[in-house]
Write a protein that binds this ligand. Structure first.
Ligand SMILES: Cc1cc2nc3c(=O)[nH]c(=O)nc-3n(C[C@H](O)[C@H](O)[C@H](O)COP(=O)(O)OP(=O)(O)OC[C@H]3O[C@@H](n4cnc5c(N)ncnc54)[C@H](O)[C@@H]3O)c2cc1C
Length: 424
């Protein structure tokens, strides 16, 4: 029988998604144990750009995406690269991804994401109201373009999302861009702004959530790896871990790109692949960047923080389950620097040095997250596959998971994201 209305929830994975789930479960009266095979917050949730962008509610699988990807492969600074060693595992995923790159699936996916993200900002405000402390900036996001055709294309895309319920987008004159962001170079031909958007310093968000769940009584165990599951009569009885069995009433898998391996014995093949991205973090804000800026053609974004700034982006389809990823390749880090220098003016030293990082975005083959109860497992839940928007969607995902666990009912907002769409 399902235990609803509380009980003991074991959350596996201490990235932004798992931490947010733990927070929401505690708020609904559950006892929570959180397990992470390393340190919470140290995975993909560490060095990302931290954008909270409901207006970017679009699936990665989109019409024309494969063509764009092929062109990018030919460009050494292109946003997308493909690791040859990943090809055997990647091909079935790519095949499925390609079947979703059509306008009907894109529209349905984008509309579902827009509906899901309608509560995103409110969820972040609720975190703050409940005392979770993190660094947050509310200056909107700016899209800088070098090519007028890209500017028009991006404008159309964002307007379409706004019509489906996203935030309004405004075209800015060059004079207005320079006033907002004096560091832009003369190569920039124009910009768009979405004023309602925000960004956070991602490690401050995971640290804030971690402190908050600890204060609320969660049992947080670092360096505990879940290896498999003990299942009886369609229910998980215990997680089999590097520290022995850990029992509970409900089990939430929020292990990012590693979820594919972890749920194989529970629900079969989850089409999840790693999209490796990179960032460079600087301790001082050399270009004097004021706003979060998207360098549209480059597939790179920049985020100013209280102490420093970060260049982040690119997408390499690489081996998904790398336990300890190799250091970022020098060529890709150089691409990030070159991209930033094309759009932002600063002394060369502003782009030198910096902390180089990489993380694996969990990418599903239909470009949508996986949120909800696993098929055939009465008390097992998945919260993963958030791709490029895991920070944005962590709090809304957590609400849906906590609601389903404590009431026994799935919210209609989660219907497009159910795990059973991948069969089992
Ligand atoms: C360059 C870049 C920029 C990005 N920018 C943004 C952005 O601006 N806005 C946005 O919304 N998103 C952004 N993202 C995406 C975002 O970072 C991810 O979607 C998000 O961090 C995924 O969080 P997660 O909790 O699912 O996974 P992770 O943060 O990877 O956490 C998974 C955790 O599970 C643990 N784990 C794994 N296996 C096990 C196991 N067997 N047992 C126990 N624990 C386990 C890991 O140690 C890890 O701590 C960006 C990503 C990249 C790479």
């Amino acid at each position: 029988m399902s235990v609803v209305g509380g009980g003991h929830a074991v959350v596996v994975g201490g990235g932004v998604v798992g931490l947010a789930c733990a927070h929401a479960l505690l708020a609904r009266g559950c006892k929570v144990t959180l397990l992470d095979r390393a340190q919470p917050g140290a995975g993909c949730s560490w060095g990302n750009a931290g954008w909270i962008v409901p207006s970017f509610s679009m699936p990665l699988a989109a019409p024309g995406q494969i063509g764009r990807a092929m062109r990018s492969l030919l460009d050494k600074d292109g946003p997308l690269h493909l690791e040859m060693s990943a090809l055997p595992r990647l091909l079935p995923w790519l095949w499925q991804f390609n079947t979703h790159c059509n306008s009907d699936d894109y529209r349905a996916g984008a509309q579902a994401l827009v509906r899901l993200n309608a509560r995103t900002m409110q969820c972040f405000d609720e975190l703050t109201a409940r005392g979770v402390q993190f660094e947050e900036h509310r200056r909107g996001v700016l899209f800088l373009c070098l090519d007028p055709r890209e500017l028009q294309g991006m404008h159309r895309k964002l307007q379409q999302l706004a019509e489906w319920g996203g935030s309004p987008v405004e075209m800015l004159s060059l004079a207005a861009v320079r006033e907002l962001e004096p560091a832009v170079t003369d190569a920039v031909c124009g910009a768009l702004i979405i004023r309602g958007e925000r960004h956070v310093r991602p490690d401050s968000l995971t640290a804030g959530l971690l402190a908050s769940i600890r204060a609320a009584g969660a049992d947080v165990r670092s360096n505990v790896s879940v290896l498999d599951w003990k299942v009886r009569d369609g229910r998980i009885v215990a997680a089999q871990t590097s520290e022995g069995e850990i029992g509970g009433d409900h089990f939430v898998v929020a292990t990012g790109v590693h979820s594919r391996t972890l749920v194989k014995n529970l629900m079969g093949n989850l089409p999840l692949h790693g999209g490796r991205g990179y960032s460079i973090t600087y301790e001082s804000n050399g270009p004097g960047l004021r706003n979060a800026v998207d360098l549209v053609e480059a597939g790179v974004v920049c985020s100013p923080f209280n102490n420093g700034w970060r260049i982040a982006g690119l997408m390499d389809l690489s081996t998904a389950d790398a336990q300890s990823p190799p250091p970022p390749p020098a060529a890709r880090v150089a691409s990030l620097r070159r991209a930033a220098q094309s759009y932002l003016r600063a002394d060369a030293s502003a782009f030198a040095a910096g902390f180089e990082w990489s993380g694996q975005r969990p990418l599903t083959s239909d470009g949508l997250p996986v949120i909800g109860r696993m098929p055939k497992i009465a008390n097992g839940y998945l919260a993963t596959g958030h791709g490029m928007l895991g920070v944005t969607m962590a709090p809304v995902t957590a609400e849906l998971i906590a609601e389903q666990i404590t009431t026994g009912r799935a919210n209609a907002a989660a219907s497009a994201f159910v795990p059973e769409r991948f069969g089992a």
